[in-house]
Design a protein around this ligand. Structure first.
Ligand code: ZN
Ligand code: ZN
Length: 63
């Protein structure tokens, strides 16, 4: 019944959060930990390690 008003509201999911985070990826909007983590998860997931397909070959198709 008593919903405690959390001080900050996430700009993405609009849920109250005890702590929010922001950076240039969020356009400096306050994101909750979950949204912030999720955002960076998708940002860092592809192409941070070795790319199995493009291992330093730039695919020059010379005849
Ligand atoms: Zn959120
Ligand atoms: Zn960031």
């Amino acid at each position: 019944m008593d919903a405690p008003q959390l001080p900050v509201v996430c700009a993405k999911c609009h849920n109250g959060a005890k702590k929010t985070y922001n950076c240039d990826h969020t356009d400096y909007a306050e994101y909750c930990a979950e949204c912030y983590t999720e955002l960076h998860y998708y940002l860092t997931e592809p192409g941070q390690g070795q790319d199995p397909q493009g291992a330093s070959g730039d695919g020059d198709d010379a005849p």
